[in-house]
Ligand binder design. Sequence first.
Ligand code: 5AD
Ligand code: SF4
Length: 461
Amino acid sequence: MNLADSEIVGSILTKSGYALTRDIDAADYILINTCAIRDNAEQRIRKRLRELRALQRQRQWVKVGILGCMAERLKQQLLEEEDNVSFIVGPDAYRKLPDMLAHVHDGEKMAETLLSDVETYADIDPVRYDTNGISAYISIMRGCQNYCAYCVVPYTRGKERSRDPESIVREAQELFDKGFREVTLLGQNVNSYRWEAESGKQEAESGKRKAESGDVEAESGERKAESGEGSVGSVGFPELMERVAEVSPLLRVRFATSHPKDLSDELLQVMARHDNICKCIHLPVQSGSERILKLMNRRYTPEWYLNRIEAIRHYLPDCSITTDVIAGFCTETEEDHQATLEMFRKVRYDYAYMFKFSMRPNTYAAKHLQDDVPDDVKTRRLEEIIALQGAIALENNQKEIGKVYEVLIEGVSHRSDQQLFGRNSQNKVIVFDRGTLQPGQYARIRVTKCTSATLIGEVAE
Ligand code: 5AD
Ligand code: SF4
């Protein structure tokens, strides 16, 4: 998400006459896009700022700015705490940057952190940098209002809002025309995507769909259930996916991230209908314990979550499933932790992002709960999850040996220039001998060996 945002910032600034450089010694302005999701992400930025002091002593005109979630969270305070920072810009204020830089150039210090209910940067054509020319991100919605008890995102990225589908499809088409072969549609909760064309307004949809089965009550509140999904003038996520998939059968489409409470059968059916919609679903579980999930305000139970996994396996038998998990959330007991391990054994994820709980200021957890799991216990629980997941990923990969996959070639392997790497639809990396193949092409590759992270293969013909 930050990479996609940096591409928007790059576009706004290049249009105003600034030029991007990869050479830090050639830069007059250094912009750092930041994450606030865990404390260690912020600590890394503080360290980077200390490192930049030496450069700023030598080149005193160089101005440093902080963008993104850490900027939004700390606002003016960050200018006071870090005296080598000149400007602060929150995720909805990037259009202000050209004006700000003019003032900052004259020595002013500035902070723009107003969040917006409508900003989606839909009209901005992101500058693709750091790109392999094959895969690109497309931001389709911004913000989140799920308010998971541990999470700072609703406070740093504001309310959910969806981007005009026409502009999304156009961006996908333009990328395809430029030679890109894969797009990833991005949002904090893509299944909440909803655009209402008639009134020209978009509306977050989360909680709108009632639980299709199981016992989880969909979110109530002002956002009422409405019938007629897919009706004239209204575009939901499954329909958007379908439209992007129809740009070309040669364009792969991925998406991230889905909230389990909103993962609909309709989306799974659309995925099943289109070969170029990749068969990989990232479905953050966060915990396997019913009590902890409730405390986290995740609004699903382990049974509900497993029912969604069953639905995925039913509609998409060859789909890979990945997740996020947090070890050591407030009040987590050994029994809760065992429930998480049990969830991992049941689902057998292909990949997992695994984190230690980090208390974030202002969240529900910070206001109402105690960070009472000692750090060494969090570490031990996290290590147990990592070890279990490593073993499962290896076993999953061993089952791939002998299978043939269509692989989109992304580049030359880091280990040897005689080898290429790419991914299959399931998002697994496959390394194989180069032959006459080129990045950007599709190839049929037979898996011959594996590690827990990588498949190794050969051209199947
Ligand atoms: N502590 C640890 N992990 C967190 N995440 C979000 N907030 C926190 C936190 N306070 C994790 C969740 C989320 C992922 C992006 O980051 O697992 O899905
Ligand atoms: Fe954070 Fe929950 Fe929103 Fe994900 S769904 S961004 S974890 S509040």
